[in-house]
Write a protein that binds this ligand. Structure first.
Ligand SMILES: CC(C)(COP(=O)(O)OP(=O)(O)OC[C@H]1O[C@@H](n2cnc3c(N)ncnc32)[C@H](O)[C@@H]1OP(=O)(O)O)[C@@H](O)C(=O)NCCC(=O)NCCS
Length: 208
């Protein structure tokens, strides 16, 4: 929940732009992205496992709160643009991805763009960029979380599980979770930094 005045104060905490073959990951522009993001979140097929947004007004919606999270300090979030093949057509904003609450990552693509490998392409680039920009992990992250990214997938979201595995994540545990349609299970995936930052205990060899 929020107001236009509050939205105008939201600002991405980073200015990183990532180019892949077909996509561009750019900082979130709250004033325009809120509407695109809210429309995607209102699609029941997109939010099958977590429950779709039912509120029509973006300012009264959970989408507004998510936008606040995506632009808060410590978050490393992006809007995903599909690069246009023609100079006559603008690049389309087709999704969002990020470490909304580090080390947890999430993503959502607009339904017309599913099944073309875009999420895998975006996630692979995102992970690489995170390791590069934050050699010691996102600002304010707990030391034990500096070298990992995790993602939780609700039972039945096969597409998302495939995306994570294709991007190099591995399953680490399953845990019970409460969903809008009742109790279910969440599978937690993790990827580790290739060149890990050693924790103080590991540097000194102090095992106590
Ligand atoms: C999950 C999501 C991001 C996937 O995006 P995408 O761009 O379609 O993903 P990709 O094309 O990179 O890969 C999807 C894979 O799952 C497969 N797939 C898609 N739907 C599937 C289904 N219902 N059952 C089994 N496999 C499925 C695709 O064929 C593809 O596999 P392949 O590479 O072996 O062909 C997109 O569906 C989405 O935004 N869903 C709603 C939000 C969501 O679930 N977010 C993740 C929360 S953890």
């Amino acid at each position: 929940m929020g107001t236009e005045a509050e939205l105008s104060t939201f600002k991405s905490p980073h200015d990183v732009v990532v180019e892949t073959e077909r996509l561009r990951l750019r900082p979130v522009y709250p004033l325009t992205d809120l509407y695109v993001f809210h429309r995607m979140r209102r699609n029941p097929r997109s939010m099958q496992t977590t429950g779709a947004e039912t509120e029509e007004d973006p300012f009264k919606s959970v989408s507004f709160d998510r936008m606040r999270t995506m632009t808060s300090p410590g978050s490393f979030s992006f809007a995903i643009e599909l690069k246009s093949n023609s100079t006559d057509e603008p690049d389309a904003t087709i999704g969002v991805m990020g470490l909304f609450r580090p080390p947890g990552c999430g993503y959502l693509l607009d339904e017309p763009y599913w099944g073309r490998g875009y999420a895998t392409e975006a996630l692979s680039a995102f992970v690489k960029t995170y390791w590069e920009y934050f050699p010691e992990g996102a600002p304010g992250i707990r030391p034990e979380d500096r070298n990992i990214i995790i993602a939780g997938v609700y039972e039945g979201n096969v597409a998302s599980e495939k995306v994570l595995k294709k991007a190099g994540f591995r399953e680490i545990r399953k845990e019970p979770v409460e969903t809008p349609s009742g109790p279910s299970q969440e599978t937690v995936f993790m990827i580790e930094r290739p060149n890990k930052v050693l924790l103080p205990d590991e540097v000194t060899g102090n095992m106590i």
